[in-house]
Design a protein around this ligand. Structure first.
Ligand code: ZN
Length: 320
């Protein structure tokens, strides 16, 4: 298994209309968010039907508004991850104490439904302010998914970059936080949601299928390994024509060899294990027994061994 497909759902519901940057009280717009609950039910049925894992970036406000529906997500084995309390994007104008309060409230809502704190975060709007790296590290997050320095490879988040204009960009040091790519190209919102003046939306699902399947094919056929992170909003993808397009895309990806559907938490854990192994391998030979000591999860261990052999064959070399 060398390509991981991560289906992620930003279950904003009403929060991205009543809160966040919009703060609207328009009944029409709030109703668009309300449809998110209908879309979520449809998506959960589809995932159940196909026995697929997924990750739901869910604001605390959504959990408080639809507790039973969010319990259904957790009880079906899907991952619940952080997405603000009421869809607040990070802001340099907000006090750190306020950012911390939002984070703690959002975490508490997820913990209530999930039984443990979230492992991952996607900040609303895909914004990752400098302050947030420290906060996510402090609160023990394993991964973030708010930006894409690589389209298909997980990377380590860095601290200390300096964006110079009088010389080359200065790259900071990696920290213990995995970045799983989030990019607008694989996000349903700009394609489908009329959000003037930023986006006209209402694109044909066939157009979007063409883009998304070609992105996936490039990863699968040309690169051979990586993560394909699709970002979907239940209030957006949940409409009939788009749902049928999503079904078609799932069929296409599931038909390809070496593809596994994973939660983001699992994809981050796998990246961490591989990185740990690579580090050891740089220094000394690691046999199967030593590998087992480093990686405790049996199924992950099997995948890593298989992955090492696949990689060796592709490169025409022997690494095991
Ligand atoms: Zn959102």
């Amino acid at each position: 298994m060398s390509v991981s497909v991560c289906l992620t759902f930003d279950f904003d519901g009403i929060s991205s209309w009543s809160g966040g940057a919009r703060r609207t009280r328009s009944p029409n717009l709030l109703a668009r968010g309300e449809f998110g609950a209908i879309g979520a039910e449809r998506l959960l049925d589809l995932l159940e039907d196909r026995q697929l894992p997924s990750t739901w970036f869910t604001p605390g406000h959504t959990i408080d508004t639809w507790p039973d529906l969010c319990r259904r997500i957790a009880h079906a084995g899907h991952e619940l991850a952080y997405h603000g309390y009421c869809h607040e994007a990070p802001s340099s104008k907000r006090d750190e104490a306020d950012e911390r309060a939002i984070l703690e409230r959002g975490i508490a809502c997820i913990e209530r439904v999930r039984g443990r704190p979230p492992a991952g975060s996607r900040n609303p709007g895909g914004n990752l302010g400098p302050r947030w790296v420290d906060l996510l590290l402090e609160y023990g997050f394993s991964y973030d998914s708010s930006m894409a320095p690589h389209d298909f490879q997980p990377t380590w988040v860095r601290k200390g970059d300096i964006a110079r204009t009088d010389g080359p960009h200065v790259f900071g040091e990696p920290v213990d936080l995995v970045e799983l790519p989030f990019d607008w190209a694989l996000d349903d919102w700009p394609y489908f949601s009329p959000d003037l003046p930023r986006s006209e939306g209402l694109r044909s699902p066939n157009d979007v299928y063409e883009i998304w399947s070609a992105e996936f094919d490039y990863l699968h056929q040309r690169l051979g390994a990586g993560v394909f992170v699709l970002c979907l909003h239940p209030q957006c993808i949940g409409r009939g024509a788009r749902m049928l397009m999503l079904e078609r895309l799932l069929d296409h990806m599931a038909d390809c060899d070496g593809v596994a559907f994973r939660t983001m938490e699992d994809a981050a854990a796998e990246f961490r294990s591989r990185a740990a192994l690579d580090k050891v391998r740089e220094q000394q030979f690691v046999d199967d027994a030593e590998m087992a000591e480093i990686v405790e999860d049996e199924s992950l261990l099997r995948r890593l061994r298989a992955g090492s052999r696949d990689a060796a064959q592709r490169k025409g070399s022997f690494v095991d």
